[in-house]
Design a protein around this ligand. Structure first.
Ligand code: ADP
Ligand code: MG
Length: 296
């Protein structure tokens, strides 16, 4: 693809995060639907070349558990410079939008789907790790569902140069950060596992688990302190199996040395069972959104 502002059509806004805006677009020469994430970056041509070089790694990182990467380009307008990253459009939405929809329908995501989510995230993390990439931002909005019901990871940190040139303050403060990250230690694969544990609890109870329900509101700093010092949340043992609760409990070991790696967790009974179970996630995601998403 030779992507640029001149050969795409912006269709609609899909969402907005702390560092960017995502649109559904059409790449006109091939009539291909994509998602494009625009991020404001500092204007510096040397940086930009380095970012492009680092993003090339994304092309090699293809896997059924990673959102497809089509390419990137720089774009300039009156507001400054942005990098546009073009990727596979996932019509099932993010796990965040999915659980919020399910909550509106007065329902919960069940253990079968939860296990498939865990399996896909672990497979994605193992794949990234084989390229020496740590995700760094596992959370429900970075786990996407395709129209075919595939579950895939997006928005992982392949480009250190890109992270450094994002024109925003407070990038990287996230409530999904593991205790060792909050305390400024080095990132390891285990830090992504903590974020997976929190994600599974959030998705299962339609609510982020910190602070626990009934606890008074906390400021950002207080909440980060809370995560370091207070007991970790757990899956509801009255609703989920022993294997499921045990899996999440291991993800949330506070000491990263005790926390298992993605490869180790692939052998956990919760995951082994999920891998052998047939589950029609295409029908599931179609039910979630009411009508089958239209092909355009
Ligand atoms: P965040 O992940 O913090 O929500 P982002 O800017 O990464 O912020 O994404 C904003 C929203 O856009 C996401 O929450 C998601 O709903 C949507 N989105 C992102 N990428 C895609 C994609 N490839 N396909 C469909 N929707 C997407
Ligand atoms: Mg995101």
């Amino acid at each position: 693809y030779s992507l640029s502002d001149s050969n795409i059509k912006v269709m609609r806004k899909l969402g907005e995060g702390s560092v960017g805006t995502v649109h559904k677009i059409e790449y006109l020469p091939k009539r291909k639907i994509m998602a494009r994430k625009l991020m404001a970056v500092y204007p510096d041509a040397t940086n930009h070349r380095q970012i492009m070089r680092e993003l090339k790694l994304l092309k090699q990182c293809q896997s059924p558990f990673i959102v497809k990467y089509y390419g990137a380009y720089f774009s300039a307008d009156d507001d400054g410079q942005s990098i546009a990253i073009c990727m596979e459009y996932c019509e099932g939405g993010s796990l965040e939008s999915v659980y919020k929809r399910v909550a509106k329908l007065n329902a919960h995501i069940g253990e079968g789907v939860l296990a498939k989510v865990a399996l896909a995230v672990l497979n994605g993390l193992v794949h990234l790790h084989s390229y020496r990439v740590i995700h760094r931002d596992v959370k429900p909005s970075n786990i996407l569902v395709t129209g075919r019901g595939e579950i895939k990871l997006c928005d992982f940190g392949v480009s250190g140069e890109l992270v450094d040139s994002i024109a925003q303050t407070f990038v990287g403060t996230s409530y999904y950060m593991a205790p060792e990250r909050i305390q400024g230690d080095r990132y390891a694969v285990q830090s992504d596992i903590w974020s997976l544990g929190l994600t599974l609890i959030e998705v299962s109870q339609n609510q982020f688990p910190f602070p626990p329900p009934g606890h008074p509101q906390l400021s950002v700093i207080e909440l980060l302190e809370y995560i370091i010092h207070m007991p970790v949340p757990e899956m509801d043992a009255s609703k989920f199996s022993k294997d499921c609760c045990d899996f999440v409990r291991r993800c949330l070991f506070k000491d990263p040395k005790d926390r298992p790696t993605p490869t180790q967790l692939l052998d956990h009974p919760f995951i082994v069972k999920a891998a052998s179970k047939k589950l029609d996630l295409k029908s599931w995601i179609e039910r979630v959104w009411g009508v089958p998403p239209k092909k355009q």
